[in-house]
Ligand binder design. Structure first.
Ligand SMILES: [Zn+2]
Length: 82
């Protein structure tokens, strides 16, 4: 895996986060390689008015989409109400 692939994966991750409904923004996005797999660490900005349940569903939507598109081993999500 060369750095071009790594950069492409990073952009895919960003795109997935940005295209998920309910995500207002993100920060502290980190991606690490673990063998052939990827570990993602992210902070998602979510409307402070949404319920804990909705916040959880937004987190799940991002996670599921990443696992579908990329060899993601695990996603650590911190949800920030804004
Ligand atoms: Zn944060």
């Amino acid at each position: 895996m060369d750095s071009a692939d790594f950069e492409e994966e990073y952009q895919r991750v960003e795109k997935i986060i940005q295209s998920t409904e309910g995500v207002l923004g993100f920060h502290d996005l980190k991606k690490r390689k673990m063998g052939d797999m990827i570990l993602v660490d992210e902070h998602l900005d979510v409307d402070a008015q949404v319920s804990v349940m909705e916040g959880h569903n937004i987190d799940l939507a991002v996670r599921n989409q990443m696992m579908k598109e990329l060899p993601v081993l695990n996603v650590m999500t911190h949800v920030d109400p804004v």
